[in-house]
Write a protein that binds this ligand. Sequence first.
Ligand code: C2E
Ligand code: MG
Ligand code: MG
Length: 341
Amino acid sequence: TDAGRVTERIRTALATSVVLRADNEESAEIFPSASMGVVTSSLAAQGPAELLQCADIALSRAKRAGRSRFEMFDRVMQARAVTRLKAETDLHHAVERREFVVYYQPMVDLRSGRITELEALVRWQARQGIVPPLEFIPLAEETGLIIPIGSYVLGQACRQLRAWHERFPRTAPLSISVNLSVREFTQQSFVSRVKETIHATGIDPRLLRLEITESIAIEDKQPTLEMLAALRQLGVRIYLDDFGTGYSSLGYLHQWPLDAIKIDRTFVTRMHTEPTHLQLVRTVRALASNIGVAAVAEGVETEAQLATLREIGCEYAQGYLFSKPVPSDEMERLLSADPRW
Ligand code: C2E
Ligand code: MG
Ligand code: MG
């Protein structure tokens, strides 16, 4: 109760306007406000540093709850902070110890029935076992660790592709696609990093695909377009992943330099149980062909789905029917068997 009263006094004291004057005589009147985090020593008695950290957690909560208010640190915040901190520390260590491996899943060209492309999918090889990306990528994005992780995946995928080109020479060489998160994409240096990787690994840039999602459209439009154009300039192809799950307007579709749209797994999965989903897959396929890009179906698990996708005219498909994402040695066996579907 006392702390609450103190925050009220601080707020009142700050609430008077301040006039800021710049050298060029232009002035602006500002109205300061304060968000405050409060912790009582009974909850966090581990010394001043921890006390301040707890207050900071409460402060973040106050900001998220709409600013210009105060929040008390409580046991729930404490428990969450501890769990999160541990997860963050683990992830940091994982990056330092390079505990990430790249798995590969084939993409099949439905005209020839052959594997023509691979998608690189990251896994965290933790002590307790393999951790799937959906369990650590969100945290990696928040903490910025996605930058070193993404950079590792890109490098590894390109090196592996180069090695497989030498091992399995073909008239139409295999290509590879790598997933990008929004955070990586908003990095100024991203294009030069891609360029360097291509150069260092010596792959043909036209065989590299970068998968982006609709969420990129939420970001500032102009820089996004410039970045996509710069990547395209390098020869790199751009795929739109998980199409149909975002909430963005379709306006960007004809502005973005795209090469393929990947139809999200949820639509493919329900194609035969819900007629609307079959309709949706047909519609996306038509949309792709209208804007002149290829359609890739994700999550194909049955022969019946494959047959329908062929009939609809999808160019590529990917899914457990062909293969789950597998480590490189297993992918190598699959590539040397060169199966047809
Ligand atoms: P995504 O790019 O849409 O990848 C496809 C996901 O669907 C993969 O999950 C794959 O294992 C799964 N999948 C493929 N075929 C089937 C199927 O027939 N049935 C079912 N049930 N699932 C199928 P995974 O590997 O767990 O990856 C999940 C997501 O994590 C990816 O979705 C991608 O958004 C993200 N991700 C993976 N690797 C990276 C990476 O290196 N960087 C970034 N930024 N994101 C990544
Ligand atoms: Mg993908
Ligand atoms: Mg996808």
